[in-house]
Design a protein around this ligand. Sequence first.
Ligand SMILES: NC(=O)c1ccc[n+]([C@@H]2O[C@H](COP(=O)([O-])OP(=O)(O)OC[C@H]3O[C@@H](n4cnc5c(N)ncnc54)[C@H](OP(=O)(O)O)[C@@H]3O)[C@@H](O)[C@H]2O)c1
Length: 196
Amino acid sequence: MRILLVGASGTLGTALHSELVERKHDVVTVSRTSGDLRYDVSDPAQVAEMYRTAGPFDAVASAAGHIPFGPVSELTVDDYQAAMTGKVLPQILLVREGLAHVTDSFTLITGMLAREAVPGGAAAALANGALEGWVRTAAVEIAPKRVNAISPTVFTESLDAYGDFFPGLKPVPLAEVTRAYVRSIEGRQTGQVYVP
Ligand SMILES: NC(=O)c1ccc[n+]([C@@H]2O[C@H](COP(=O)([O-])OP(=O)(O)OC[C@H]3O[C@@H](n4cnc5c(N)ncnc54)[C@H](OP(=O)(O)O)[C@@H]3O)[C@@H](O)[C@H]2O)c1
């Protein structure tokens, strides 16, 4: 399949790129600062141009997103807006703008803070929960095109960076997270939230 991989230079994106290439997919990488293509997917005009220039694709896999962490008493309106513009709206745009350029599926990244309370993770809970709800409804509307979300806990490989936020929680190796993407991309299900 010809797959657009968004956020291919990140911790998750690097592992996902290797897995998809190993499975003989033709992968086109994009991020703001590296990859085959350079686009900021939080900008609707750039997303539209990206698809016009580089499409069509069989599938889109998103491994991008940034969310501020902090206590509820300190998170500002700007922080919550940053969670929306950093993670939610870019992935919605990838689907909305991609409908005319993607033949089969979209796989988005959310995270376990959609369902587990972790102090400091309120903005992430908002973003991940919003996306997972959106995916279920969007799947019904865009069929036979498909959309799924991958909702992992903290990656084993990210414990040094984020482990202090998740005391006692079992991390997930990136190999299991990338397997969930393969299930979404190569399988036939839609409207799913996969928890690797
Ligand atoms: N790390 C974890 O343990 C964990 C656990 C569960 C869920 N997640 C989720 O997984 C996703 C990836 O996490 P990660 O730790 O791999 O992040 P990361 O290492 O910071 O990588 C993020 C990637 O996305 C790209 N990117 C970010 N904003 C972009 C934009 N507006 N347009 C285009 N590309 C953009 C970055 O490249 P540029 O900076 O060059 O644009 C980079 O390639 C995030 O949504 C995160 O919330 C992470």
